[in-house]
Design a protein around this ligand. Sequence first.
Ligand code: NAD
Length: 476
Amino acid sequence: MPAFQLYIDGSFRDAAASFDSLDPATGKPWARMPEARAAEVNEAVAAARRAFHGAEWAGLTAGERGKLLLRLADLIEQNAPRLAELETRDTGKIIRETSAQIAYVAEYYRYYAGLADKIEGAHLPIDKPDMEVWLRREPLGVVAAVVPWNSQLFLSAVKIGPALAAGCTMVLKASEDGPAPMLEFARIFDQAGFPPGVLNILTGFGPECGAVLTSHPDIDHVAFTGGPDAGRQILRNSAENLASTSLELGGKSPFIVFADADIDSAVNAQISGIFAATGQSCVAGSRLLVQNTIRAEFLDRLREKAGRISIGSPAEMGTEMGPLCTLRQRERAEALCASSVAEGARLVTGGHAIAGAGFYFPPSILDCTDAPAASCLREEFFAPVLSVQGFDTEAEALALANDTAYGLASGVFTRDLTRAHRMIRGIRAGVVWVNTYRAVSPMAPFGGHGLSGHGREGGLAAALDYTKIKTVWLRT
Ligand code: NAD
């Protein structure tokens, strides 16, 4: 069985403990992973602190930091097949998706490489002739980053890119579910030529490794992506060190289709909006709100298309949907489908785990039009399960869209431009996609409200979030 190592202070090393990682396609152990605990976390944070103040990193110009990030982007591209293959093996995400995602992961690093020397301070025209007053933007310090399994290379790029562009250093905890791509990424990062300790990559369990890291007294900022329960815990942890936080949490995003929409395009977007990544996506369009006049036809088309999705080995290029990452996820999806049916939801398709080896669950649709209290309308599945509600009026669509404690993403499908604008204004979510879904760009900020967290990733603002302002008063 292959064995992976931690990356601390520019060196690869074993942890005192280790655990098996399961291949989601077979349910069997396939690799041995190091399990970082308090001792390893303390070493990694100390290394990041030394690197933060050390001349090798702190003495670089912003442009030099940018060049290192550019080299990293090139290396990611050169090693893309290996990274994609490992992510597919360890998380069950299909090879088509992991390969495509790595291409834009490199683009995110290039974008932040380009921003490194554009993080500017300011001069204040203060009303005192003998004073010069200006603002310096300095790196925030040592960052703790914690990511979930579902798109680790991407979710870490939107943290590592801006943080290193700004001059911070980082300790990143990969998920205990499917950490292989991050531990392999450490090997690529190591070749890019960054000084030791600038980025340290650990894996271990949330309540031990994650908790020690995010409450560590020498951490200045915590960048977290994961579920709301762990998010709350992270906020409690960061009360210990008073670190600033950004929380990218879950979603229960509405996907709203009006009768005047381009139906072909809406059907295709809804299919990939919910079933891509086997539903394990924070922006999954998991609540379809469809105008009642087209509901029956729309559901028929969805069921027919869902039935044609080819489910199989995630390593095969022809596979369109692979397994869930963990057995826990599959059990949760099945239980939530069953309780929603008991609450009155109608099962249109799927709803039961696929028998056999691996953590497979089929594309599933629950019509909740007559079951507004069904738990599938409130709970995030993080699985390929779509809940559906019909509506008659625009006002009703907006009320249903906002009837959630989350506020991450949303989609609106209509040909009526003025209605689209009204919906954009009314929807409480960090992202509104109109007549499209899931589009991303390094330039576009991303993040949510409410249970979906706070802070934004992507764009220039994210790089500024990794800086702190120092105000300088100089008497002339
Ligand atoms: P999770 O919250 O259980 O775990 C995420 C990470 O947090 C893991 O690395 C875990 O080890 C760590 N963790 C858990 N408890 C911790 C603690 N007490 N202290 C410190 N770290 C701790 O989430 P998950 O089930 O692995 O991932 C799925 C969730 O992530 C979903 O809710 C999904 O919507 C969310 N997500 C959000 C985004 C986004 O950008 N908004 C993107 C992807 C996933």
